[in-house]
Ligand binder design. Structure first.
Ligand code: SF4
Length: 363
């Protein structure tokens, strides 16, 4: 469905306002949110996946939303994409596709459903729209931002290009469509080294995450220039707190996200993207204890999938990811909000940078 409609007015072309998603699809009645016997029976298998995190007494509050969302998403022909940092009741009970930014971007481009509900932050919903512009993309709370995405603008990148002509600009996928449009290629934490080395130059910009750039610089001979953006969740970890855990439990495996400061990554046994961290945890022997140095919900989410490993969680929550809740997802399905649109001209340029990254992955 086109986002902008061009209509002939006399000899001139005028651009009319597109219809909103609510106008195109219509509202549905709000379903009952009673905890009935049917709701309890139908949601019982899902409760087993989250029982370590949601007390039994609280389940009757969540279950009617889970039941209603799973019914309505079929009725709407919608698919729910959820990032690894979403809460367990979203991740395990209503999501159809789960993963890190790269996995969600790759899946968003090929889903068949007409509507994508993005349970994550705004730049992720924009990326889905770029990769699959014919789909209607909804985010349950459009205020779900990101400190990294907000640290840089398209104008900043144009200035960098002027000051450093010929140096390729690689932007982390945690950026707005406007920033992606000014970039040569995107990257995620899981493919950053590969992207840096694929540029064929001895110097690149890897922006806006200063810590990711510093951590990647240790793994390549390419000189990396960067920016002063930080993830407000990962920058809070310190080496002292991790070393204190290690001193108390020398067998503990510490695995950290590369958005953490380099001195934090230095004391980790492994560092990688959230998908990489999950794989590393899966490879541990039964009885192992693993500390996940990343957003708090991820340990809760993978605990149900990785059996026999004990997860220690030094808890830092992402306030932006936590804006997405079951009631807001239900509102999205009922009222068709909040739609994510990207200017088509900007989208074309931004899509090139994202697709260049996605295609690189399969080379
Ligand atoms: S965890 Fe950090 S990088 Fe991810 S959305 Fe939150 S602020 Fe942004």
């Amino acid at each position: 469905m086109a986002d902008i409609l061009e209509v002939e007015v006399g000899n001139a072309k005028a651009v009319s306002s597109p219809k909103t998603a609510e106008e195109r699809f219509g509202q549905l009645p709000m379903p009952s949110l009673e905890y009935t016997e049917e709701v309890a029976r139908e949601t019982a298998p899902l409760y087993e996946l989250v029982r370590h995190h949601i007390p039994e007494i609280e389940w009757p509050v969540h279950a009617p939303y889970v039941y209603a969302i799973n019914k309505l998403k079929k009725q709407r022909n919608a698919v729910i994409l959820a990032h690894n940092y979403q809460t367990p009741e979203i991740y395990h009970c209503v999501a159809d596709i789960k993963g890190d930014s790269l996995q969600l971007a790759a899946e968003a481009g090929i889903v068949d459903e007409e509507i994508i509900i993005q349970c994550g932050v705004h730049f992720m919903a924009e990326t889905s729209k770029l990769l699959n512009p014919e789909k209607t993309v909804l985010i349950p709370d459009s205020k779900a931002g990101c400190s990294l995405a907000e640290s840089i603008t398209g104008a900043d990148i144009r200035l960098l290009r002027e000051a450093h002509p010929g140096v390729p600009i690689i932007t982390y996928v945690n950026t707005s469509a406007e920033v992606k449009a000014e970039s040569d290629i995107c990257c995620t934490s899981s493919n950053a080294v590969h992207v840096v080395e694929s540029m064929g130059t001895d110097t690149v910009f890897l922006i806006p995450d200063e810590y990711l750039a510093q951590n990647i610089a240790k793994q390549t001979k390419v000189k990396i220039l960067t920016w002063k953006g930080h993830c407000e969740v990962h920058e809070r970890f310190t080496p002292e707190e991790l070393l204190a855990y290690k001193a108390a439990d020398p067998g503990l495996q510490i695995i950290g996200h590369p958005e953490c400061p380099p001195e934090v990554v230095d004391v980790c046994d492994y560092s990688g993207s959230t998908a990489g961290m999950i794989e590393y945890a899966r490879g541990q022997k039964p009885g192992a204890r693993v500390m996940l140095v990343t957003e708090c919900s991820m340990a809760a989410n993978i605990e149900a999938e990785v059996k026999g490993v004990e997860f220690i969680k030094p808890c830092n929550l992402c306030p932006h990811m936590k804006r997405i809740t079951l009631p807001k997802i239900l509102d999205s399905l009922v009222y068709m909000r909040e739609e994510v649109l990207v200017d088509p001209v900007l989208a074309k340029r931004a899509k090139r940078a994202v697709e260049r990254m996605v295609n690189l992955k399969s080379n």
